[in-house]
Write a protein that binds this ligand. Structure first.
Ligand code: SF4
Length: 447
């Protein structure tokens, strides 16, 4: 696994950014060596896997208590308490299964890819620890099919562990179709059962009946890496970073108009502006920051001093989400960037539910009209009405995220929108778009 830095994994081809030893945890090995950690290097840095280091701790109740005391929450977007998931799966009947969600389908995020490239064994340690705790015999690691290098790197890490006879569970690596909603936990379970990688929604819940009808624990890659460190160092150590309510560090992918686009590890509670500064600071005056990802929220500059926590961002209708910060310069067109993202989200809906089949494409079409500067006096009220109809109606949260983005654009870019409607598209609308958005075409396959 040793080798050159996986630079292409960070945004715009740069390697992970400015150093901050105070919050270097997940990325500490990478900072120290500049190389991905193979199993030998990983064990040298972190010591033996938590199960061996803490005999007797492989019991769900014990691990859940430690994790609860640490205050660890999911780092995949929803921020669900990790201990609660562990307890729910452990309490369900039948042999459990653990799924490592390494799909990272959010186009503006690179943090899980980066973490898996430089510290794969930290993630796998966490997965094995969770599996041991909930009585699982299998760990499924799910990565997108298009990321060949990542698949090979992870395959090598899994082989190293098998060769060293390190783990008491079976580990299987899978390459799934690459669609925005395929990283949803029920989509993973559905695919592992031989179906399409589309969200399933409804009941039963995965912790009761998931993969092959067995209790299933799905955790995002970064969450499992934190779990491995909490088990090694304890809750008090974990709480040395972050806020009392939201402790620990988190990985953030910073891109857009900053000097050094990068994957950074920051303490929760760090002001959004300070995170941008860690990435070298804005290269131009900003008109907004996209926080959380494509299904996130536009924040105007006056909110940049806000601490990066769920609690502080909630009053602004925002959340850390997938740990994404995209700095949008004042020279860009906010409605146009939003229209491109919404078109992509609409194309990547699984189109099983009403809001994905009708509502989301309609909102995306309205935004395209807006971006083009076509006068339509009905447009603002129609857009507000349609956006409000999207949340809480799908079997998954995909339409909710798109609605959040659209609603925040209507707030943040209100002046530009008014101008587009009354005087046509602004000059910025004719410039090259600033946010890389994949083509707005439906996934080729769900299987
Ligand atoms: S809301 Fe959309 S993505 Fe979610 S389950 Fe329904 S059709 Fe699929």
């Amino acid at each position: 696994m040793n080798g050159p830095a996986p630079a292409p994994l960070a945004p715009n081809g740069t390697a992970a950014g400015a150093d901050d030893p105070a919050t270097d945890r997940l990325l500490a090995g990478w900072r120290a060596t500049g190389r991905p950690a193979d199993l030998t290097g990983h064990l040298r840095r972190h010591g033996p896997p938590p199960k061996a280091a803490r005999a007797g701790a492989g019991v769900a109740a014990t691990l859940a208590a430690v994790v609860e005391e640490a205050g660890l929450t999911g780092r995949g977007g929803a921020g669900f308490p990790t201990a609660r998931k562990l307890r729910a799966v452990a309490a369900a009947r039948g042999r459990a299964v653990v799924v490592v969600n390494a799909m990272e389908s959010e186009p503006a995020s690179r943090k899980d890819q980066f973490l898996l490239a430089v510290a794969p064994h930290l993630v796998l340690d966490g997965a094995v620890l969770a599996a041991t705790a909930v009585g699982a015999d299998t760990v499924h690691v799910c990565v997108p099919r298009l990321r060949h290098a990542q698949f090979q790197q992870l395959g090598a890490a899994v082989e190293e562990r098998a060769h060293a006879r390190l783990d008491p569970v079976r580990m299987r690596l899978h390459a799934l179709p690459h669609a925005y909603v395929s990283s949803e936990s029920t989509a993973l379970a559905r695919w592992l059962d031989g179906g399409p990688a589309r969200p399933r929604g409804g009941t039963p819940r995965l912790h009761d009946r998931g993969v092959a009808g067995r209790p299933t624990l799905v955790h995002n890659a970064e969450t499992l890496a934190h779990l491995a460190l909490v088990a090694r160092h304890g809750p008090a150590w974990f709480r040395q970073a972050g806020t009392p309510q939201e402790p620990g560090t988190t990985l953030v992918t910073v891109s857009g108009a900053v000097a050094v686009p990068a994957v950074l590890e920051v303490a929760l509670g760090t002001p959004v502006a300070a995170v941008l500064d860690r990435a070298g600071g804005p290269t131009e005056p900003l008109q907004a920051v996209l926080l959380g990802g494509f299904a996130g929220t536009w924040l105007p500059p006056e909110h940049l001093p806000t601490p990066l926590t769920r609690r502080d961002l909630a009053p602004l209708g925002a959340a850390p989400g997938a740990g994404v910060l995209v700095a949008l310069p004042a020279s860009a067109c906010g409605p146009c960037e939003t229209a491109r993202i919404l078109a992509y989200l609409a194309a990547h809906g699984a189109r099983q539910c009403g809001p994905c089949r009708f509502g989301l494409p309609a909102v995306a079409a309205d935004f395209a009209t807006l971006a083009a500067g076509r006068a339509d006096p009905e447009l603002p009220s129609r857009l507000h009405r349609r956006t409000a109809l999207l949340p809480d109606r799908g079997a998954c949260r995909h339409p909710d995220g798109a609605a959040r983005l659209a609603a925040s654009a209507l707030r943040t870019f209100a002046e530009d929108i008014e101008r587009h409607l009354t005087r046509g598209a602004c000059p910025a609308a004719h410039r090259t778009p600033r946010i890389p958005v994949p083509p707005a075409t439906p996934p080729e396959t769900w299987r």
